[in-house]
Structure formats: structure tokens, C-alpha cells
Design a protein around this ligand. Structure first.
Ligand SMILES: [Zn+2]
Ligand SMILES: [Zn+2]
Ligand SMILES: [Zn+2]
Ligand SMILES: [Zn+2]
Length: 249
């Protein structure tokens, strides 16, 4: 791209900035009855045009939508250092994998860890602050009857393994710290072994993406989900004999 078209892109980009949320608008771009633009997300939360206080119409700004389709949008993590630009079709895809995007420490669920930083710094943080629950391996013995969370570092990725006891049932799931599209390249196997070495329960599930919350995963049924009575057959001296293994597909 030459200097002139780059400068033109910058000017056009300022025209597609939503006046409410300050994000770049992507089609459909709605208008108020006086022709001011707003992103479709904001029309759901804002009743009147922020510029002229008239109502929004159902009319779309097709001309601006066409311009938007030809623009390269900067990554939303530009301030953190990502200088990449993408067409509208590809920007959402990029945001899901951008290494400059911030992630919450998975231990915020258990120890209310407030850490929120770059994915590339998460491993170092987790090893320093939660050393007992971060392992450089693709499997883990999970004896925690009251539920727990552990991080596995393997396949050059980070995974969280989570078990929770709730109202007479045990729920467990594995998440990739990354987008769902990447997570579906992995599967996890939950294996309960009885003391006699004969009885076992083995269940395999897809690894979930990090943006899915555990509540959603547990309700979806795509996770480890067994009643307490069954699980108690695999408890010895107050320790659960559960192993979680991760595999690539
Ligand atoms: Zn908006
Ligand atoms: Zn207006
Ligand atoms: Zn980016
Ligand atoms: Zn943490």
C-alpha cells in the first residue's frame, strides 16, 4: 500500500467509527432519520441518535457499508502493540487469536486472582503465583474431591482442567487458553480407576475454547458429569482416583 492510499484509509476509517462505542462499524450500518451513522450493536442499547437526538431508522447506509468492505481495519489490540490490519471478513477471526489480546488468569475462579494480561505472559504468571497447579505435561492425576483447577502446559499451548462438585454431581471440563476454533483440535479423556484395578469409567470430550464459561459448558452436557454415588466408587482415603489426559486429534 502506498502512502496516499494509507492516508486515505485512515481518513475513511475515522468515518466508520461508531459515535457511541468508538469501535469501527461493520455492516449492517444503521442511520438516524437525519443520516448519522451508528453500529448495529449500539442501536440495541441506545434509543436516540447521540448527535441529533432523533430516532434511528431501519435504513442502512449502503454506501458506507461498501466503503467499509474495502477498508483494512486495525486490530483492536493496536495499543498493546498489534499493528496488523484486516478486512472486515477476517478481523473477528484475528481478534480471537491475536497474541496482544488480554486474557484473565484461569485461577480467578478459585483464588480470585486479579491478573489480566497478555496470553504470552500467562504461563510465567501462573508458574510464579500458582506453582502447585501448573504442570508441564499433557496429563494429570486429579485427586481433589472438593473440586480444583489446574493448568497443563503441553503441545505448546496452555489448558485448564477444572473439576467442580455441585448438588450431588461432579462436573469437569478442559479448556484451551485460546479460541474455540483451535480448541477443537484437542480432546480430553477423563478416566476414573477403582482400587481393584478392574473397574473404570472413561469419558472423552472435545476441549473447549477459553471464552466459553464453565457454567455454559457444564450445562451443555459436553463435559464430564457424573453423580456422587458413582464417583464415590473411585475414592480412596479421601482422594479421587481421576486422571485427565489430553490428546491432539
Ligand atoms: Zn457502536
Ligand atoms: Zn442523528
Ligand atoms: Zn491483533
Ligand atoms: Zn493468577
Amino acid at each position: 500500500m502506498d502512502g496516499i492510499s494509507r492516508a486515505l484509509d485512515e481518513v475513511l476509517l475515522s468515518d466508520v467509527k461508531c459515535p457511541v462505542c468508538k469501535q469501527y462499524m461493520v455492516p449492517p450500518i444503521k442511520m438516524c432519520t437525519n443520516g448519522h451513522n451508528i453500529c448495529s450493536k449500539c442501536t440495541e442499547s441506545v434509543q436516540l441518535c447521540p448527535t441529533c437526538r432523533t430516532k434511528f431508522s431501519e435504513t442502512r447506509n449502503v454506501a458506507l457499508e461498501n466503503i467499509a468492505r474495502r477498508l483494512k481495519y486495525p486490530c483492536a489490540n493496536r495499543q498493546s502493540g498489534c499493528l496488523d490490519k484486516f478486512s472486515i471478513e477476517h478481523i473477528a477471526e484475528h481478534h480471537a487469536v491475536c497474541v496482544y489480546g488480554k486474557v484473565k488468569c484461569p485461577f480467578h475462579l478459585y483464588e480470585t486472582c486479579p491478573w489480566n494480561g497478555l496470553k504470552s505472559d500467562l504461563k510465567e504468571h501462573a508458574k510464579a503465583e500458582h506453582p502447585d497447579y501448573v504442570l508441564e505435561q499433557s496429563s494429570i492425576h486429579f485427586p481433589y474431591l472438593s473440586g480444583a483447577l489446574a493448568v497443563l502446559s503441553c503441545f505448546e499451548e496452555l489448558f485448564t482442567c477444572y473439576l467442580q462438585y455441585r448438588e450431588g454431581r461432579y462436573y469437569g471440563a478442559v479448556q484451551l487458553i485460546g479460541p474455540s476454533s483451535e480448541a477443537s483440535k484437542y480432546k480430553c479423556e477423563f478416566t476414573l480407576l477403582a482400587e481393584n484395578g478392574i473397574e473404570q469409567i472413561r469419558k472423552t470430550f472435545l476441549v473447549q475454547g477459553y471464552s466459553d464459561n464453565f457454567e455454559t459448558i457444564f450445562n451443555s452436557g459436553n463435559c464430564f458429569n457424573l453423580d456422587e454415588k458413582t464417583v464415590n466408587n473411585f475414592v480412596k482415603e479421601n482422594e479421587l482416583n481421576l486422571y485427565i489426559y489430553l490428546y491432539t486429534m
